[in-house]
Design a protein. Structure first.
Length: 118
């Protein structure tokens, strides 16, 4: 395989990977159980959600990054060092993904099945 063919092959694989990720991001699911309504599904889901929160409470983590700006032109001419700093904060829950697994396990244990709706 020459260099051009190799790049074409890599490009092709990259395109397929990107399309797969985009399609997965747009996929929606629904919980179903024969003979049960959406109302009973919501009750079961909230019950499983509460159970997962008791077992694995939120573990909020604060992330920050500082952005430094340079001095303005007036300060540069005076040879004064004057930097501006701003800090961006982001909060994430370290247990969120694990709780989703607990909710899924709980729903399946109660006889519900998750299906793709689009």
């Amino acid at each position: 395989m020459n260099k051009k063919q190799r790049y074409k092959h890599i490009y092709s694989l990259s395109s397929v990977s990107i399309m797969t990720i985009l399609l997965a991001a747009c996929t929606q699911y629904k919980w179903v159980k024969p003979g049960e309504s959406d109302s009973s599904m919501r009750k079961e889901y909230v019950s499983c959600q509460a159970k997962s929160l008791r077992e694995l409470p939120p573990d909020n983590m604060v992330h920050s990054d500082s952005v430094y700006g340079s001095a303005d032109e007036k300060d540069k001419k005076k040879k004064r060092i004057n930097y501006e700093q701003s800090t961006n904060y982001d909060i994430s829950d370290a247990n969120e993904n694990a709780r989703e697994v607990l909710i899924t396990d709980c729903m399946m244990a109660r006889g519900w099945t998750q299906i793709i709706i689009n």
